[in-house]
Design a protein around this ligand. Structure first.
Ligand code: SF4
Length: 472
C-alpha cells in the first residue's frame, strides 16, 4: 500500500468504478466497455466485464486500463443481454488478477458476478468467521466476503440473501451484481460511494457516475438511494429498502477531486460544486495578486470559481502533458522529480513578474505541491500563493479511498504555517470545512468528512486503523 499515492501525483485515489446494463437486443458487452471507459478515472489497475446470455455468465478481466485489457478481445463474441463491468484500483488486497473484478462464482442459485466500489470496515472479522466455518477465499479483497455471505444465505430469494448480507457488512459499498437472468444494484445505507440508474430505450443501466450514462447514450433517471437494492429482470425494475434509518454519509471527496466534473451525483453537478468551492475559497482568502492559475486538471474548476469571485484574471500557467498516463510508474525519488516535470510545464510568458494564486484540490504529502511552487518561482513569478479547495487531510479514509496513511499525510503532522514553509509558498490557504459544507446548502449533514474532520460515520476497528485490514 505504501507506494500507492506515488503513482498519480500524490493524489488520493478512488478504489473502483462499476457499470451494469440489462438490455435485451443490445450489444451489452460493447456498451459496458464504453461505460468503463468513462469510469477509467476511478481505477486503472484492472478491468473486467461479465456477460450473461440467460444460461451462463462469460467473463473477461485483466490487469491494466480498459483499452489494454480488451485490446485483443472481440467484444461481439460476448453474446448476452446482461452485463456488469468493473475498473479497479486496490485499497484492500494486492494488485493482481485474482483481485480483479467482477468476481464470478457459482452457488446454489447458479452463477453470480459482483463488482464492488468501496471498503468494508468489518471485513477482517467477517473473513475470520467465514474461514472458521469452512469458507474458502481465492482473492484478498473484501468483496469476496460479500460474495461468500450472499452464497451462504441460501434460503429465500437472492434479494433476501442480499438484505441479510447488508445487515452483516459495515462500511462502504456500491455493488453491481449480475446473475444469469437479472441485474442488481446495491448502495450501502450511508451512501458513501455513488451509484446511479439510467435508461436507454427499454434497457436499464447502472453506473458509478452519470458521465458513464451519457457515454452510452442512456438517460439519467435517478441516484440509487442509500440502503436501496434495485433488481432488474424480465418483469421490469423492483426496489427494496434496507436499514433506512442510517445516517447519510456521502463521500464529500468525490466532489472535491474524485468524480468527473461532468457527473451529477445525489442532486449536485460536480463541476458546479467545484466552482462554488473556488468562490468560497476566494471569499476566505482575499489576496492581492495578478493572476489565478489552476494545477491542471484537478484544480481547474475551483481556480475558475476563485477568479470569478475575486476578479483576479484566470490564466493557464501550467501546461499538462496529456500523454503521461495515470499509471505512470515513479519508482524512486529522482524518477518522481522527473515525473512532475514530465507531467507539468510552467508557461514563463504567463508567470514572469506576476503575483500568482495557484489553485489545487488538495494536498496529501506536500512533495508535489512543493515542486509546483518551485517550478512557478523558477519561471519568474514574484509571489506564489498556494490555495486548496478542500480542508487539510488529517486522517486516513477507510471507506474506499486511498488517502495514504496518517504518517504520510502532511497535514496530520504539520500545521498550516509549517506546510507553507515546507512547500516554499508565500501564502497557503485551505478551504475551511464550514466553507466546503456551505456549498451544499441544506444537505450538508448528509456527507462524510472524516478525512478532514476525524469524525468517522461508521466505526473503524482498531485493526483497520493499525493497517491490519489489508490482507496480502
Ligand atoms: Fe470520502 Fe474522506 Fe469520508 Fe473517505 S473519509 S469517504 S475520502 S470524505
Amino acid at each position: 500500500m505504501a507506494d500507492k499515492c506515488t503513482a498519480e501525483f500524490n493524489k488520493p485515489r478512488d478504489e473502483c468504478g462499476v457499470f451494469g446494463i440489462y438490455g435485451p437486443g443490445l450489444d451489452v458487452a460493447t456498451l459496458t466497455y464504453y461505460g468503463l471507459y468513462a469510469l477509467q478515472h476511478r481505477g486503472q489497475e484492472s478491468a473486467g466485464i461479465a456477460v450473461s446470455d440467460g444460461k451462463k455468465i462469460h467473463l473477461h478481466k485483466g490487469m491494466g486500463l480498459v483499452s489494454d485489457v480488451f485490446s485483443h478481445v472481440k467484444l461481439s463474441d460476448f453474446q448476452g443481454y446482461i452485463a456488469a463491468g468493473h475498473v479497479r484500483y486496490s485499497t484492500t488486497g494486492t494488485s493482481n488478477l485474482l483481485n480483479a473484478q467482477p468476481l464470478v462464482f457459482r452457488c446454489s442459485r447458479g452463477m453470480i458476478g459482483l463488482g464492488h466500489n468501496g471498503n468494508l470496515t468489518n471485513f477482517n472479522e467477517l473473513r475470520s468467521q467465514l474461514f472458521s466455518t469452512g469458507s474458502v477465499f481465492q482473492s484478498s479483497t473484501d468483496s469476496e466476503v460479500i460474495v461468500n455471505l450472499i452464497a451462504r444465505y441460501s434460503q429465500g430469494n437472492l434479494a433476501d440473501a442480499i438484505v441479510k448480507t447488508m445487515i452483516d457488512i459495515k462500511g462502504a459499498y456500491s455493488l453491481v451484481i449480475i446473475t444469469e437472468k437479472s441485474l442488481i444494484g446495491v448502495r450501502d445505507p450511508h451512501g458513501f460511494r455513488p451509484l446511479c440508474l439510467g435508461r436507454k430505450g427499454e434497457a436499464y443501466v447502472l453506473a458509478s457516475e452519470s458521465c458513464a450514462l451519457d457515454t452510452v447514450g442512456a438517460e439519467f433517471i435517478r441516484d440509487v438511494e442509500p440502503g436501496e437494492i434495485i433488481i432488474i429482470d424480465n418483469k421490469g425494475l423492483t426496489s427494496r429498502k434496507v436499514l433506512q434509518g442510517s445516517k447519510k454519509a456521502r463521500c464529500i471527496f468525490e466532489y472535491v477531486y474524485l468524480a468527473r466534473p461532468d457527473s451529477n451525483m445525489d442532486g449536485f453537478n460536480v463541476n458546479k460544486v467545484r466552482r462554488e468551492m473556488g468562490r468560497q475559497l476566494a471569499r476566505e482568502y482575499q489576496v492581492d495578486a495578478d493572476i489565478v492559475i489552476p494545477v491542471p486538471d484537478s484544480g481547474k474548476t475551483a481556480a475558475w470559481g476563485f477568479s470569478l469571485e475575486s476578479g483576479i484574471a484566470f490564466e493557464e500557467g501550467l501546461m499538462k502533458n496529456r500523454y503521461v498516463g495515470r499509471t505512470f510508474i515513479q519508482p524512486d525519488q529522482s524518477a518522481r522529480d522527473l515525473g512532475v516535470k514530465l507531467k507539468l510545464n510552467p508557461v514563463r510568458e504567463v508567470l514572469e513578474g506576476k503575483r500568482v494564486v495557484v489553485v489545487d484540490d488538495s494536498i496529501v504529502r506536500g512533495t508535489t505541491s512543493g515542486k509546483i511552487v518551485n517550478m512557478i518561482r523558477e519561471s519568474g513569478a514574484k509571489e506564489v500563493h498556494f490555495c486548496l479547495s478542500s480542508p487539510p487531510i488529517i486522517k486516513s479514509c477507510y471507506y474506499g479511498i486511498d488517502t495514504s496513511n496518517k504518517g504520510e499525510l502532511i497535514a496530520a503532522n504539520k500545521n498550516v504555517e509549517e506546510i507553507r514553509k515546507f512547500i516554499g509558498a508565500d501564502g497557503l490557504r485551505f478551504l475551511s470545512l464550514e466553507g466546503l459544507l456551505n456549498v451544499f446548502g441544506d444537505s450538508q449533514d448528509n456527507f462524510c468528512t472524516a478525512c478532514f474532520s476525524g469524525e468517522y460515520p461508521v466505526e473503524i476497528p482498531d485493526a483497520a486503523v493499525n493497517g491490519k485490514h489489508i490482507l496480502e
